[in-house]
Design a protein around this ligand. Structure first.
Ligand code: FAD
Length: 320
């Protein structure tokens, strides 16, 4: 059976959920072969095998942490040469997209970014993208070389599928460019205790309608009742009510959760660009004509300060 490379996103050996989703999709195309690099790479093998990786290629070296993306591109290129896969799947983070683009350039392939689904096709893997504020769904395939595809988090359900897996060390020779951009400092972000915005299964976001920094507590309370991440529109971020890292949209983060709840957000095209592929969209807005209602699965016309606290209480009650 054809092999499919999955580039593993992990933190010191703890595999992130989007990688497990990629393994689910990879199994539709062939036998998943996972590539894990950096500190803790060897420790990822167990969980990857439980999710269908028939082989795990690992390489640990200081270069992966000390320099920006090129060492990772070198490793993936070495894996492509070793395996001759039909496709390479990478998670659609900012780093993932850069790695994918550089890899495709190196191996003379095409690249498809921000796919929301991947399936096998007669002439190679077919990727689905949602474009123009979810106005169109497109299907494309790479017509030259090995298909390099980045997939948005939450595009597939994680399905365990234990495989008889082998772990092997990948031989990687770093290129001259690998040490071109050195990391000079690292400051961990203060943890909010909430899930990472781009990976969260549920996102609760607030816009200008929230009215101030303190009022974001209403949004946070709903998020916490659902174990969700908190997002914000650019208007809310520009007003200084919420950190820039929480901005959803064209110039912010792109999210694709199972559930997106927008409160006091009008639904400008630039906001939609970052959340349109969410599976279920709920909006709370006091203006029945707000454009966000064109996009939603469920809409509540009302004042968010009435609706959101009631919703939070109801969720808490039902959770017991
Ligand atoms: P508004 O458009 O002002 O909407 C506020 C909404 O809240 C209204 O619909 C109102 O009815 C409702 N409301 C008010 N009070 C209440 C209440 N008490 N209860 C319920 N509802 C209430 N925007 C982004 O979000 N992300 C981006 O990445 C982004 N990138 C951009 C890039 C460019 C180049 C440009 C030009 C713009 C970009 N924008 C982006 C800005 C975008 O065009 C909008 O201005 C912005 O999204 C509006 O934010 P908002 O919906 O919070 O505010």
């Amino acid at each position: 059976m054809a092999e499919v490379l999955v580039f593993v996103d992990h933190a010191d050996g703890a595999v992130r959920k989007p990688t497990l989703e990629l393994l689910t999709l990879a199994r539709r195309l062939g036998d998943p072969v996972a590539v894990a690099v950096g500190a803790g790479a060897a420790a990822t093998a167990g969980v990857l095998a439980e999710h269908g990786a028939v082989k795990v290629l690992t390489h640990e070296a200081a270069e992966y942490a000390d320099y920006l993306v090129v060492p990772k591109v070198d490793a993936l290129q070495a894996a492509v040469a070793a395996v001759s896969p039909v496709a390479v799947l990478v998670s659609s983070s900012a780093e993932g997209k850069e790695v994918a683009a550089r890899l495709a350039l190196r191996i003379g392939s095409g690249v498809i970014t921000d796919a929301v689904d991947v399936e096998a096709g007669e002439q190679g893997p077919v990727a689905t993208q949602s474009v123009f504020a979810a106005g169109f769904t497109t299907k494309s395939r790479v017509s030259k070389g090995v298909a390099v595809i980045t997939v948005k988090p939450n595009s597939a359900a994680v399905e365990a599928a234990a495989a008889a897996s082998t772990a092997e060390e990948l031989a990687v020779t770093f290129s001259e460019q690998a040490t071109g951009t050195k990391v000079t400092a690292r400051t961990p972000r203060e943890s909010t205790g909430r899930p990472e915005l781009t990976e969260a299964a549920v996102v609760v976001s607030g816009g200008r309608g929230v009215g101030g920094a303190e009022s974001f507590a209403v949004i946070e309370a709903l998020a916490d009742s659902l174990g969700a991440a908190v997002g914000a529109s650019r208007a809310a971020v520009d007003a200084g009510w919420y950190p820039h890292t929480a901005q959803v949209g064209q110039t912010g983060k792109s999210v694709s959760p199972q559930l997106y709840i927008a409160s006091g957000v009008s639904g400008a095209i630039q906001h939609r660009a970052g959340m349109q592929t969410s599976k279920t969209i709920v909006a709370i807005n006091k203006d029945a004509e707000a454009p966000i209602f064109d996009l939603v699965d469920y809409g509540v016309v009302g004042d968010l300060f009435d609706v959101v606290p009631q919703l939070t209480e109801e969720i808490k009650t039902r959770k017991g």
